[in-house]
Design a protein around this ligand. Structure first.
Ligand code: 4AD
Length: 461
C-alpha cells in the first residue's frame, strides 16, 4: 500500500510499504545507492537505501536521475543518519517516468527565485515552493474553519461584474467583440450594447458589494475567491490576480470588524504553527530567521489600535526620514505603514478613521464630516494586509457621496436598494491571501507565494 512520506514515522518500523514520488538526488556508493525521494507531502522526503543485491539493480540505476518518478517498495527501518528517524530498505524500484538529466532544469544546486519563476510548472518540486504551497493550503483551510465555526456562510460572488467596487478604474475588461472590427456607436465609440452582456463587463476587483447583499439577508457571510487589478504596480506586494478573503457582517460596526480581523489573523497563524511545524521550521532556518517567534508573538499579543490622525502625528514627530513627506490627508505609503508596525509598535497595528478623500465611496462617514469608519491592518515587513470598513448604510448620505465622486447611481441601483429595504449597520474587510502567506513565511516576493503569478507583462503558464 502506498504511504505518503509525511506519514512515515517510527510506528512503521519493520513494515513493508510502498512510496511514490520524484527523485531529488541519487548518491551511489560501491555496493548500494541512496535515493532521496520526495512526494510533496513534506519538506524532508525520505531516504531509500537501494542495495546492489536487488534484482535489476544496475539497469534500474541508470534510469534513476534527479526528477524521475519512482515507485519504491521496501521495509521501513530506523535510520542511522541524524537527519531522519526512519528510512527505507528497498526491495523493488519501478521507474514510472524517466527524466533526462541533461534537460531537467532543477538540478541539486541553488536556484534564484527569479529563475524559478521562469519554470513555474516545475518549481513546486523545490523545497521552498513546496513548503509555500503547503502553507498556502493550510491558511486557506484555516480561513474556512474560522468563519464556518463562527456561523459565517461561504458565498460565491461573481467574477465577471459591471460594477467597480473600489471606484479606482483598475479593471480588466471582459469582451467577446471582434477587436479588429468592433461595432461602433454613431459617435464612433465601441458599441458595447452589442457585446456579450449588452454593456461593458469586467473582472471583479472585490466581491464586497455582492457580499453586502448576502450579509443583508444572511447576517454573516464570507467570500474567498480570485480578484483582479489592472494596476501597473511592479512591486513585491502587488499582483494582477490574487485571492481575497472578504467577510461581511450585518448588525456590526467598526469595532466588531476590528475584533473579527484580529481574531481571524491570530486563528489562522495559530493553526499554521500547530499544523505545519516542519514547513515553518524550514522557513525559520532557510528563509527568514526568527519567523516562528514573530508569529508566536503576533498570536499572543493584542494588536495596537490607533486612528489615522494619531498615526500621522507619530510619523511627523519621528526623526526617521521618509521618501514621501507626511501630512494629514495623504494616503500612507508602504514605508510609513512599515515604520508604524515594524519600528513604532513592533507588532500588528489597526489604523482607523481615514480621510474620506482617500477611501472608497461605500465607507460610512464619521460625524466629523472629514473621516470615514475605515480600518487597515498593518503588519511588520509587509505593511497593509487587510483593508475594511463599516459601510455607509444611510441612503441619502451614500447617494450624496456617490454624486460627489461622479459615480452613476443607476449603475449601483441594486446596491442602493439594500439601503432602502431594511438597511442595517454592517461592516467587513478584505485580506489578500498572498500577503498573509508572505507574512507567515517571511518570503520576500509575492510572485513566489501564488502558483502561477500574474503581474505586468507576465501571464505565462
Ligand atoms: O484595501 P482593498 O483594496 O479593499 C477592498 O478591496 C475591499 N473591497 C475589501 C473589503 O472591505 N471587503 O484590498 C484588500 C486587501 C489588501 O489589504 C491587500 O491585502 C489585498 O487585498 N490586495 C492585494 N494583494 C495583492 N496584490 C494586489 N494588487 C492587492 N490589492 C489589494
Amino acid at each position: 500500500m502506498r504511504i505518503k512520506i509525511k506519514n512515515l514515522d517510527s510506528s512503521y518500523i519493520g513494515k513493508t510499504i510502498a512510496v511514490k514520488g520524484w527523485v531529488r538526488s541519487l548518491r551511489s556508493q560501491k555496493t548500494f545507492s541512496f535515493i532521496a525521494l520526495n512526494d510533496g507531502s513534506t519538506v524532508a522526503g525520505i531516504q531509500c537505501v537501494y542495495d546492489q543485491a536487488c534484482e535489476g539493480y544496475e539497469e534500474t540505476l541508470k534510469l534513476i536521475t534527479t526528477g524521475a518518478s519512482l515507485s519504491i517498495t521496501g521495509q521501513v527501518v530506523a535510520s542511522a543518519g541524524k537527519e531522519q528517524a526512519v528510512e527505507i530498505k528497498v526491495d523493488t524500484v519501478t521507474v514510472i517516468g524517466t527524466c533526462d538529466a541533461e534537460l531537467y532544469p532543477l538540478q541539486k544546486k541553488h536556484h534564484t527565485f527569479e529563475f524559478l519563476r521562469t519554470i513555474a510548472h516545475l518549481r513546486p518540486r523545490t523545497n521552498t515552493i513546496g513548503a509555500v504551497s503547503r502553507v498556502r493550503s493550510a491558511l486557506s483551510f484555516a480561513t474556512h474553519k474560522f468563519f464556518q465555526e463562527r456561523g459565517f456562510l461561504y458565498v460565491h460572488t461573481p467574477i465577471i461584474t459591471g460594477s467597480d467596487c473600489e471606484g479606482a478604474g483598475q479593471m480588466f475588461k471582459v469582451t467577446t467583440l471582434d477587436e479588429g472590427n468592433p461595432p461602433k456607436t454613431p459617435q464612433g465609440k465601441v458599441d458595447y450594447s452589442k457585446d456579450f452582456f449588452d454593456k461593458p463587463a469586467f473582472l471583479t476587483v472585490s466581491g464586497q458589494l455582492n457580499g453586502e447583499a448576502y450579509a443583508c439577508a444572511l447576517s454573516d457571510i464570507y467570500t474567498f475567491g480570485p480578484t483582479f487589478r489592472a494596476e501597473n504596480s511592479n512591486t513585491a506586494r502587488h499582483l494582477a490576480e490574487f485571492w481575497m478573503i472578504e467577510p461581511e457582517m450585518a448588525f456590526a460596526d467598526l469595532t466588531d470588524n476590528m475584533n473579527c480581523a484580529e481574531d481571524y489573523l491570530k486563528y489562522a497563524l495559530r493553526y499554521l504553527l500547530d499544523t505545519c511545524g516542519q514547513d515553518m521550521a524550514f522557513f525559520n532556518d532557510m528563509i527568514s530567521k526568527g519567523v516562528v517567534e514573530k508569529l508566536e508573538h503576533v498570536v499572543s499579543t493584542p494588536f495596537e489600535r490607533l486612528t489615522y490622525t494619531q498615526a500621522v502625528d507619530i510619523l511627523q514627530k519621528t526623526s526617521k526620514k521618509f521618501q514621501f513627506p507626511v501630512e494629514w490627508g495623504i494616503d500612507l505609503q508602504s514605508e510609513h505603514e512599515r515604520y508604524l508596525a515594524e519600528e513604532h509598535v513592533k507588532k500588528p497595528i489597526i489604523l482607523t478613521d481615514y480621510p474620506k478623500e482617500i477611501k472608497s465611496f461605500y465607507m460610512r462617514q464619521n460625524d466629523d464630516g472629514k473621516t470615514v469608519a475605515a480600518m487597515d491592518v498593518l503588519v511588520p515587513s509587509i505593511g497593509e494586509i487587510i483593508g475594511g470598513s463599516q459601510r455607509e448604510d444611510r441612503l441619502p448620505v451614500l447617494e450624496k457621496r456617490m454624486d460627489e465622486l461622479g459615480l452613476h447611481q443607476q449603475d449601483y441601483w441594486w446596491y442602493l436598494e439594500l439601503r432602502k429595504f431594511g438597511s442595517v449597520p454592517h461592516a467587513g474587510f478584505g485580506l489578500g491571501l498572498e500577503r498573509l502567506v508572505l507574512f507567515a513565511t517571511g518570503m520576500e516576493n509575492i510572485r513566489d507565494v501564488i502558483p502561477f503569478p500574474r503581474y505586468p507583462h507576465h501571464a505565462d503558464f
